[in-house]
Design a protein around this ligand. Structure first.
Ligand code: PGA
Length: 254
């Protein structure tokens, strides 16, 4: 049985002091459960909260990284730096990175490889735009992003990857995808893994959904066996709302 993963992507929100207050508050609101892994992805400048005693029940993720370990890359952060701060995961290929910062499939692939080289688990984000969905290109786009993102990765390393399916049109719009739409894309992703690395690898893969996940709709997504958790943006910024998403996931039928 795959353990559910709930990831809070804070994007460019909260100072280090605000992050510390958030972590303490959230720790007081959620109960421990082996069924669900809770991951927080604060901005780089607030990742030091991972060392707080209140942060013990959470795992941490970077929101991006640079593929080199060190060097003359002004403004960038490397995998060893994230690892040293206690990160277990890193979000890669988020649509905002792809759209606003020029991350293409090749760059994302280098980042995935760098993360794995340093023992960080990539959460690889893929998803189609509204235009691509309307033109019937969803499967093609998602498979292209997936195959290019996973290029050169061994089957053994592939075990450490999670995929987040995030249709671009559902992110930050309040218009989440329907469970049937998600289910169908998740099956496509899992079949791709099965063809690449075999049935067992595919069965082990966690595929998250992201895009306007809220306390009021999380339960709709967890009803399908194909969805192994969520990547949450706006609704994670308030600890009460994120805690509600977590508790509903904990009590969902597995
Ligand atoms: P949203 O963002 O929950 O605000 O739609 C999701 C994401 O960008 O990962």
């Amino acid at each position: 049985m795959r353990r559910h993963l709930i990831v809070g992507n804070w994007k460019m929100h909260k100072t280090a002091a605000e992050a510390a207050a958030y972590v303490r508050r959230l720790a007081g609101l959620v109960r421990q459960s082996a069924k669900v892994e809770i991951v927080l992805a604060p901005p780089f400048t607030a990742l030091s909260v991972a060392a707080l005693p209140a942060a013990r029940r959470f795992a941490f993720a970077g929101q991006d990284l640079h593929w080199e370990d060190a060097g003359a890359y002004t403004g960038e952060i490397s995998a060893p730096m994230l690892k040293a701060l206690g990160c277990r995961y890193v979000i890669l290929g988020h649509s905002e990175r792809r759209r606003l910062f020029g991350d293409d499939d090749a760059a994302i692939n280098r980042k995935v490889l760098a993360a794995l080289r340093h023992g960080l688990r990539p959460i690889l984000c893929i998803g189609e735009s509204l235009g691509e969905r309307r033109r019937g290109q969803t499967t093609r786009v998602v498979l292209r992003q997936l195959q290019n993102g996973l290029r050169g990765i061994s089957k053994v390393a592939g075990r450490h990857i999670a995929i987040a399916y995030e249709p671009v049109w559902a992110i930050g719009t309040g218009q989440a995808a329907a469970p049937e739409q998600i289910d169908s894309v998740h099956r496509t992703i899992r079949s791709c893994f099965a063809r690449k690395w075999g049935r067992r690898a595919a069965d082990r893969l966690r595929i998250l959904y992201g895009g306007s996940v809220k306390p009021d709709n999380i339960i709709d997504f967890l009803g399908t066996a194909e969805i192994d958790g969520a990547l949450v943006g706006s609704a994670c910024l308030n600890p009460r709302s994120f805690a509600r998403i977590i508790s509903q996931t904990q009590s969902a039928r597995q």
